[in-house]
Design a protein around this ligand. Sequence first.
Ligand SMILES: [Ca+2]
Ligand SMILES: [Ca+2]
Ligand SMILES: [Ca+2]
Ligand SMILES: [Ca+2]
Length: 560
Amino acid sequence: MNLKSSAKLFLLLFLLLLVSPSRAAQQKIKVAIIPFKMNVGEELKYLRDGIMDMLSTRLTQGADITTVESLVVKKAAEGITSELNEVIARRVGSDLGADYVVFGSVTKVMESLSLDGKVVKVQGEEPATQVFTQSSGMDNVIIKISEFSQNIQNAILGKPLITIPLFQPPPQPQVQAQYPQAEAPGPPADYFISKKKGRGGEEEEEDGFFVQTAAAKRAQGFWRSQLFETELWGMDIGDVNGDKENEIVLIDAHNIEIYKKAPGKLELVKRIEGKFYEKNLNVDVADLNKNGISEIFVSSIKDEFVNSFVVEFNKDKGEYRRIAENIPWFLKVMDLPGQGLTLLGQKSGTDVAFSGDITQFSYKNGKFLPDQRYDLPRNVIVYGFNLVDIEKTGEKDVLFIDESEYLRIVSPSGELKWKSDDQYGGSDKYFERYFEKDATSEKNISKKKIYVQPRILVMDTNKDDEKEIIIGRNDSQTGRIFKDTRMYHKSEIQNLGWNGISLVENWRTKKIDGYLSDFQIKDVDNDGENELVVAVILRYDLMQVKTKSTVLIYELKTRS
Ligand SMILES: [Ca+2]
Ligand SMILES: [Ca+2]
Ligand SMILES: [Ca+2]
Ligand SMILES: [Ca+2]
């Protein structure tokens, strides 16, 4: 577990402590929580207090339960000299005047955290109720602690134990929506802002405080999906089961889920569980082997090495399976000028995370094989870049987000044509790599976070036969000063066009409350028109404890 997520966990746990209600005990069930045994490394020791705090908060929520003051329990627990068991727990509970005693341990197994608890009724000789949960990886620890705490309460109240699904919509989202509800009635609001410096030929008209181009009028509102109890790290759209309708493919750090757009929600079609030791970075969907079913290209990290794979639905067997795996390339599917959808790859080097030329793959004899190399500037990475024939000369200029997150356009010969004044992209999706001694480190080995920039689209979004550039940006409250501490809380998507000397804004979405992790412009609801579809992580939803994600869908079609 890295420092950033540790700090995040701590912050969340701390905030939970703040909302812990202290009510007078009145005919309430009294519970003593004995500090858990920590079988974890030093770096996770702080978790104990956090878990204890969360336990007592959750225990008392919505139930007539009160807890014995933690310092009092601590003091009593110090007197325990032998291994804690039910008998001793009953004795301690009795001394403290408690009705129930909770004790247990937290154990780190590989990259997972195991929470083992026992709930002992002090009176009588009822056997203890065991409560157990395990996180897969360290990413879902908070959800699991929350589940564990809920189950301790359930055990005391004699209710059945529950499992909070990591990647499934809750039956009814309980969070106060930060967005208009899905299929909300009433007139659609205008969620787009546009500027006067639109592309030539666009009609401009006054509308309130903004001068809008006709393009801006195309987007009139957005729809929000249910919440997902995970961090969505990537998203793409395509017909992945061959029924001629598009599905939406979502990935979190370990799993793939396929949904279809249904009235009011995204409906789960298939969940493809991944391995906890695989860390997904990017997903693209395209039918590159031309069999009528789109493949799912997942760039993934295993033991800090690139280990990508391709999943495709097999119609005969009726199942999704990996048609290629252990691919040592970062993969990306892009719609390139003059050649259409193309699979690109880039390797990882020993001294740099992304090394070597961006290479085009072709499908031959049932295999995706590296083929033609692109001669691109050295610092161009396969993520956060695209090719665009900006001046329509037939030359493919390179558009990319540079190391400082400025957008650059570079000619094929390497000449800088344009650089943005504002920063774009911005990602806190990363993987970690160990590198041999570098100038910035005293040690022989240093660990670095490698951030993966979100996609840049180049396409005609308004059917005027001119391509636009669609790019996302995440805003940070702390700015981008601290390289390893990124706290993005708001985001937006911009549609840019080339006016002959620079890229100018046609329109942008209004600010989105959350971290933009991926987006796509495709026909997500199968009505023949493309939508702008955005995956958002609602990370600052502190009171809710759990990280949630959602998908926004913006209509782009022109309204008459
Ligand atoms: Ca389909
Ligand atoms: Ca296919
Ligand atoms: Ca256009
Ligand atoms: Ca559509």
